[in-house]
Design a protein around this ligand. Structure first.
Ligand code: ADE
Ligand code: ZN
Length: 326
């Protein structure tokens, strides 16, 4: 359609993508076969049929299980490269990707295997597709802060190749304040800071991400709109929100894309961006997230251009690099 052609042609960045969430069922079988890992499914169709979630935890259980097939540096490189090929076809020029090292180190896969594999895929994507990228290390919030500190220590040899740290996994019951010290340590090391907040958790968690973690960018942030003072604060600060429409639909954060808060965020002057989160699990990559939300909430071409611009100005590229790409 005209709309999807227009969207594909807009230079865009993706700022909220969990690389483990780009593992397609076909690839899950391929990695399981080559690594001789047993899968609890006997077909790609059976895997897809299991992707019916009623909340975040439902999804996380199956997402962590899927990650068990990832063992070697080649797996991580191939996973990243397959994702970059898809997102390049959607017109993405830059990606800031999350990875969850603890999901792998807790299974005995060394941090270096994960990081070297992903960095190799990122370098190849730059050479072959012209897509640039940055890596963001996420701490799993269902684990304790000591485990996050151990992960930051694992990352020490890679800190020149890691742009920032984030916070993901089960939100409710694991408020940002639990990670105040490790975020301060990351900040001292010159890392950028982001956190998932207000996806399922209350506005209070968004306040904590701002005031206690001092994040540079907010992941999701949907529930901020329940708090007028918080919405005003986010608008005044020009805080970037990485919004994930199809994820919100699949995890029942919204009942219907037509009532998705993205339109209201833009009307309130919030700096929102559109992203895919875990595209292999939620039914679409970056382009599909853009076309689905554009259609559902009737975004104008001006609004689409604003969203594309926000994706670069909200990125961790330098101001000079952003200027070159707008
Ligand atoms: N890990 C992967 N996707 C996530 C999401 N949408 N929320 C929290 N943790 C995640
Ligand atoms: Zn996410």
């Amino acid at each position: 359609t005209d709309m999807s052609d227009f969207i594909r042609g807009l230079p865009k960045a993706e700022l909220h993508l969990h690389i483990e969430g780009s593992l397609e069922p076909e690839q899950m079988f391929e990695f399981a076969r080559r690594n001789r890992v047993a899968l609890p499914f006997d077909s790609v169709e059976a895997v897809r049929a299991a992707y019916a979630f009623s909340n975040l935890q439902d999804f996380l259980d199956i997402y962590y299980q899927g990650a068990n097939v990832l063992l070697t540096e080649e797996d991580f490189r191939d996973l990243a490269l397959a994702y970059f090929r898809r997102v390049a076809a959607d017109g993405a020029r830059h990606v800031e990707l999350f990875f969850d090292p603890q999901t792998h180190t807790d299974r005995g896969v060394p941090f270096a295997v994960v990081a070297d594999g992903l960095l190799a895929g990122m370098a190849q994507a730059k050479r072959e597709l012209g897509v640039t990228s940055k890596l963001i290390l996420c701490f799993l919030r269902h684990l304790d802060e000591g485990a996050a500190f151990a992960t930051l220590k694992d990352a020490e040899p890679y800190l020149d190749r890691i742009a920032g740290v984030g916070l993901d996994s089960s939100e409710v019951g694991h408020p940002p304040r639990k990670f105040e010290r490790v975020f301060a340590a990351a900040r001292e090391r010159g890392l950028k800071l982001v956190a998932h907040a207000g996806e399922e958790g209350p506005p209070e968690y968004v306040w904590e991400a701002l005031d206690l973690l001092q994040v540079d960018r907010l992941d999701h942030g949907n529930r901020s709109l329940e708090d007028e003072a918080l919405s005003r604060r986010l608008a005044e600060e020009g805080m970037t929100l990485t919004v994930c429409p199809l994820s919100n639909l699949k995890l029942c954060v919204v009942d219907d894309l037509k009532t998705h808060p993205l339109k209201r965020m833009l009307q309130l002057g919030l700096k929102a961006t559109v992203n895919s989160d875990d595209p292999a699990y939620f039914g679409g990559y970056l382009g599909q997230n853009w076309t689905a939300i554009a259609e559902a909430v009737d975004l104008s071409r001006d609004e689409l251009v604003t969203l594309a611009k926000n994706s670069f100005t909200g990125s961790f590229l330098s101001p000079a690099e952003v200027q070159q790409r707008l």
